[in-house]
Design a protein around this ligand. Sequence first.
Ligand SMILES: *Cc1c(COP(=O)(O)O)cnc(C)c1O
Length: 469
Amino acid sequence: MAKKNFLLRELPSVDELLRSPLLKEAAKGYSASFIADAARAVIDEARAGIISGGGEKTGGELAGLVIKKIEEMIDGGIKRVVNATGTILHTNLGRALLSERAVKKVIEAGSFYTNLEFDLEEGARGGRDNFAALLLKGLTGSEDASIVNNNAAAVLLALNTLAEGKEVLISRGELIEIGGSFRLPDIIKKSGCLLKEVGTTNRTHPEDYSDAITENTALILKAHRSNFDLSGFVREVSLKELAAIGDAHKIPVVEDLGSGALVDLSKWGLPREPVVGDRLKTGAACVTFSGDKLLGGPQAGLIAGKKEIIGRIRKNPLKRALRCDKLTLTALEETLKLYLTPANRLAEDLPLLKMMTRDIKDIEKEASRAADILRASLGEDFSVAVQAATSVIGGGSLPGHNLPTRAVAVTHKKLSPEEIFSQFLKKEPPVIGRIKNDKFLLDMRTVKRAEDLLIDSGPPANKTPHGIR
Ligand SMILES: *Cc1c(COP(=O)(O)O)cnc(C)c1O
């Protein structure tokens, strides 16, 4: 105890540590408060170390730790990780990967001035999302379109524009919560509208809507359930039925599609997700959907629908607050252009679709190569085996649909799956796997090639996923 107290008293203060010549030299150029934060953290850690019975550190060692801490702080922030979870649209890992073509254009748009809000034909000011809207009109058959930061913003803006201070009808079975704090009842309230729930959790009938309509009702909202299935004794009012009710009462029907596919995914053997163009044809006055879910582009919220409605949305001051930046719009335009190419090109060029349709033989081949690589590089207390598993699409898209895949299972004589999981997080780049049935799995569907799992391989020759292979 006396020894511990002595060691604690011997710890330098932040100021003393900062005066160390070694540190002064190495930390040149960094702001004083940044270095002081690092020094404070190192002293705190040293104090905790002494209290828990660890040894003392010399002033030189502490200075070295501060330099290491500074390097760690600079290395923090968003960086590349290897997604071996098998979840293709993993919200925690950044959802969709951009196509090579989109990435190239984003670099250009960030490096040079662009015609973001400049009409080159007129030589005058233009609208920033005009071109993306033009593409979207062509791809969905909508009369007009508008783009904001994400689908949550799109829903907020549509509701605020069309129903502020008025009632919005929605089925109790569609009052969804999507991960990451998107709760439809909250969005409806924050958009200034009055939420009016109709029906019950499992069954809603057309009369529930028509009976609830008053002169203060401005909008009927339909929401895609996205991340759960409702089955059993259920009744849902179809968009077609809603459109008829809306027509009879002159009330627009807005649909929050969530993912909103631009093309029919059944073309590739995947389940049919609502296609934006079909929903508009069926009678939605406008639909909202994400840019980084099944569309496979950057984070954005897309609103497509009737000209009159989009015109009002565009004039809403909230649109200015929710508008996208040039990098997003550039990436979105290039992603939308890919949809103008033939289907086989799209499945090749759009990373999302490529992963969703990846041939099991290719996954199997990479899994067995990955197993060999890991066997050679992990210690002999580890065992590595390839096993069949299932990947999911994620991001609230195609809920309940599993894709067959191959995973490399890594087990250890002593380490728990959680400990193995943590070890892989420490790799450079960090490798993120998943734990299933008490086993640590690396799902190869979302790992392009086995070498991506190479442990502590240092920075890859080419940091972008494209062009390496
Ligand atoms: C994902 C989702 C949202 C939120 O979309 P973001 O682009 O993440 O803001 C809203 N509604 C539904 C139905 C969704 O699936």
